[in-house]
Design a protein around this ligand. Structure first.
Ligand SMILES: [Zn+2]
Length: 180
C-alpha cells in the first residue's frame, strides 16, 4: 500500500471522531515554532504540541533563511489583518534546531559548491555548523530584518535526538528589546 493510501485510511478513522470543526485559525498558544524537517523532531511529539496550539514552520535545518523572513513578515501582516488590530501582533517565535542534523552536511564547502554548480541553489543560509551559535545567528538575522515587527518575541531551543531533551539556548525576548 502506498503512503498516500495509508494516510487516507488513517484519516478516515481520525475523521470518524473529529470534533475540532469550530477551532479558530489563530493558534491558541499565540506561537510559531520554526524547526527542521527531520522526521524525529515533529513538535507534536517532542514538544507536546496539540492541534490548534501553534503554527509550525519547517525547513532544512530549521534555519532563519531569507525565505523564512519573508514568510514571517507576511504572516505578521496576515495576523494583524485577521484580528483587525491597530498594533503589530505580539506572537512568539520559538526556534528549534536539533543534534545530528542533516543540514550539517551543507556546511561542507565542497558539497555546498557542488549544489551551487549543479542545482544553482545557495545553501549558505541553511547550513548548520554549530547549533548553539547558529541559533544565536538566527536570532540576529531576525533582529536585523526590519520588515519583522519588533513586538514579536523570539527564543531558541536545541533538541537532542538521542535523549529527547530540549534545552534553552536563548530565553524569550522581543525584537524591540534585541534592537535596542
Ligand atoms: Zn535537521
Amino acid at each position: 500500500m502506498s503512503t498516500h493510501a495509508i494516510f487516507l485510511d488513517r484519516n478516515a478513522r481520525i475523521a470518524e471522531t473529529f470534533e475540532h470543526g469550530e477551532m479558530p485559525a489563530l493558534p491558541s498558544l499565540n506561537t510559531m515554532v520554526l524547526t527542521c524537517i527531520d522526521a524525529r523532531v515533529d513538535p507534536a511529539h517532542v514538544l507536546g504540541v496539540d492541534l490548534g496550539e501553534v503554527v509550525v514552520f519547517r525547513n532544512n535545518g530549521g534555519r532563519v533563511t531569507p525565505g523564512f523572513i519573508d514568510e514571517l513578515s507576511a504572516l505578521s501582516a496576515m495576523v494583524k489583518r485577521m484580528t483587525g488590530a491597530q498594533q503589530d501582533p505580539s506572537f512568539a517565535v520559538v526556534l528549534m534546531q536539533h543534534t545530528n542534523c542533516g543540514a550539517q552536511s551543507l556546511a561542507d564547502p565542497a558539497f555546498a559548491a557542488e549544489i551551487k554548480t549543479t542545482l544553482d541553489v545557495d545553501v549558505s543560509a541553511m547550513a548548520i555548523t554549530n547549533q548553539n551559535t547558529d541559533l544565536i545567528a538566527d536570532i540576529d538575522r531576525l533582529t536585523a530584518a526590519e520588515k519583522i515587527p519588533g513586538s514579536i518575541t523570539v527564543s531558541a531551543l536545541l533538541y537532542d535526538v538521542q535523549t529527547g531533551k530540549a534545552s534553552e539556548v536563548a530565553a524569550p525576548k522581543t525584537l524591540d528589546e534585541l534592537r535596542t
